[in-house]
Design a protein around this ligand. Structure first.
Ligand code: HEM
Ligand SMILES: *[C@@H]1O[C@H](CO)[C@@H](O)[C@H](O)[C@H]1NC(C)=O
Length: 180
């Protein structure tokens, strides 16, 4: 009784079927050409595909020595690490760029400075030394660092992890090391 039969004699059904076929065709074979005026609203709808994929960020490992190249001095990407996690803070150029208030952190492990709420240079570990183990920090300082970590995780892109320079690496770390 409730079986729906397709009835071609009904012109509305035929029109709908044609429309569905057309829509499916548009999904399967979207037009590749760029429209003359790039739409910036979804009002009229558009189904064109961009010719190239936007640039991607690769999650990788950094050492203190490879991280320091991303200090933004050359106008390029700015990275910093907190507790072993590397954040891409390029979007915060005003804070971490060469003239930024927190520019010292750029390209460095910022854990200790974040924990102790200080951007002084003596918060930074020399890039040839083993990574700061932070074992002397008080519980409230660790907690403060965690607060900053969460702030950064919400605001910036996590793009890697910080491992020891080669001569300080344990076997487990050298396994994940991606050559630069
Ligand atoms: C003179 C004292 C300070 C003033 C007036 C100050 C002011 C500010 C202001 C206005 C912001 C921007 C907040 C926003 O728009 O999101 C900020 C963010 C920040 N401040 Fe300070 N600050 C001071 C000291 C410090 C110290 C000692 C540290 C050391 C860790 C620090 C670390 C940061 C960080 C990490 C951010 C976040 C930036 C970001 O979101 O990327 N500040 N500060
Ligand atoms: C720092 O990283 C270690 C090791 O990944 C983790 O066990 C610890 O909970 C982290 N500390 C904070 C305050 O996030």
């Amino acid at each position: 009784m409730s079986i729906i039969r397709y009835n071609f004699s009904n012109p509305i059904n035929t029109a709908l079927l044609l429309y569905i076929l057309y829509s499916v065709q548009r999904i399967l074979y979207p037009p590749l050409s760029k429209p003359k005026t790039i739409p910036h609203e979804f009002k009229s709808g558009y189904t064109w595909m961009p010719k190239t994929h936007p640039p991607t960020v690769l999650f990788r490992t950094y050492t203190p020595r490879t991280l320091v190249k991303f200090d933004g001095q050359d106008g390029g990407r700015i990275l910093l690490a907190i507790n072993g996690t590397v954040f891409d803070v390029t979007a915060g150029k005003n804070f971490y760029g060469p003239d930024g208030m927190y520019g010292n952190f750029a390209g460095h492990d910022a854990s200790r400075g974040m924990a102790k709420q200080s951007f002084e240079l003596d918060m930074l570990t020399p890039i040839d030394d083993p990574i700061d183990k932070l074992t002397d920090l008080r519980a409230d300082e660790i907690e403060n660092m965690k607060g900053w970590y969460d702030h950064f995780a919400n605001k910036y892109i996590i793009c890697g992890k910080l491992v020891e320079n080669e001569e300080h690496q344990t076997e487990a770390q050298s396994e994940v090391q991606i050559p630069t």
